[in-house]
Design a protein around this ligand. Structure first.
Ligand code: ACO
Length: 326
């Protein structure tokens, strides 16, 4: 086991709620279609002045408060995001600026919806080697600013938010029992944001064609997500030497209820153990898992010693899973 302890968690969600009924007035869709195909009823939308680092900073302060730490005491800040404030520097640097702190390592992880699981894995290994002692692991997204609000196939899916976990060295009783991660970059074109990088720099043409927004083959994503999220979760359970009955809480990446249900069924974990925030927040990409963890903690659903199974899938395609002993 990699001995770590999560000593604080926090979340930040924008106030503005966009319901499926609001979307009915924007594109040719219906509440019934969205609920049946995805399980989403509403999502939060950041205002025009709010960027990813703003949400992460709020969540980080809350997490630090719970941990009894000042943000300036952190030695590492890792932000998992696909919607950075800027191409460079990293969103983690903007988080430092917003909090008025300096000196800690600060960098981003780009692994799409798997980002939080990847960042947690990196943090655990930094702690295991002694390279870090107090790490803020964040997942934050403002998806609403990279979505084409005229494309009904994508705009109904996403939402904005951020979640943070403060991770420190454990005393041997808590930590990551087993984890895995992977990627198949050959499938990258099935879900990506084509313009704005060096492959297709922003131009009048890319703006006209909305190439700076989410492009996705929904059916393909669905198929691969079910396979990879379920597979990663099963491997983590097997490597940890535990069965579905041992898991106290199953927190999958929250993209679509049907994907989550299919992954859960493959693991054999009971339905009531799956923690769901998707209905209220939509797919917040890297933020879904840390926001769900924080809500579950607030609800008293996670106690010391509990076994928590995380699994995720995202652009790349990336995937990863972890069994945590809290
Ligand atoms: N409202 C009404 N109709 C719609 C909408 C909408 N919002 N979007 C698409 N449709 C229509 C399509 O145009 C199509 O119409 P047609 O049959 O006349 O051509 C019909 O609904 C069926 O479309 P499909 O794409 O086959 O619908 P499907 O059942 O696959 O559901 C969905 C689409 C929800 C996008 C699904 O494929 C999905 O969830 N995929 C995963 C995508 C995902 O979660 N991506 C997030 C990023 S990755 C991650 O987080 C894991």
């Amino acid at each position: 086991m990699k001995s770590i302890k999560i000593v604080g968690t926090g979340r930040a969600l924008p106030d503005k709620i966009l319901t499926n009924f609001d979307l009915e007035k924007m594109v040719d869709t219906s509440d019934a279609w969205i609920v049946e195909r995805t399980g989403i009823r509403e999502r939060r939308i950041a205002d025009e002045n709010t960027a990813t680092s703003d949400l992460v900073a709020i969540a980080l302060e809350k997490a630090c408060q719970q941990a009894g730490l000042k943000p300036s005491a952190l030695d590492t800040i890792i932000v998992a995001t696909s919607t950075p404030d800027t191409v460079y520097p990293a969103t983690a640097c903007w988080v430092q600026k917003r909090l008025g702190i300096a000196g800690s390592a600060a960098f981003d992880i780009s692994a799409g919806c798997s980002g939080f699981v990847f960042a947690l894995e990196v943090a655990a290994n930094l702690i295991a080697t002694g390279a870090a002692k107090k790490v803020a692991v964040a997942g934050g997204e403002v998806m609403s600013k990279v979505v084409n609000w005229k494309d009904r196939a994508t705009c109904v899916l996403f939402g904005d938010g951020a979640g943070v976990a403060i991770v420190v060295a454990g005393d041997g009783r808590s930590g990551i029992l087993a984890s895995n991660w992977g990627c198949d970059g050959n499938l990258a074109p099935l879900l990506y944001q084509p313009a704005g990088g060096t492959r297709m720099p922003t131009s009048e043409k890319t703006l006209r064609e909305m190439a700076h927004t989410v492009h996705m083959e929904g059916n393909q994503v669905f198929k691969h997500a079910v396979r990879a999220m379920g597979g990663a979760a099963l491997k983590a359970l097997a490597d940890a030497g535990i069965g579905p009955a041992d898991v106290k809480l199953f927190i999958p990446h929250q993209a679509n209820m049907r994907i989550m249900e299919a992954a859960r069924e493959r693991t054999g974990i009971a339905r009531e153990k799956m923690f769901v925030v998707l209905e209220r927040y939509g797919n917040m990409s890297a933020a879904t898992i840390p926001v769900a963890i924080d809500e579950a903690r607030d609800g008293g659903l996670i106690q010391d010693g509990d076994l928590i199974l995380l699994t995720a899938f995202g652009t790349g395609f990336t995937w990863g899973a972890a069994v945590l002993r809290w």
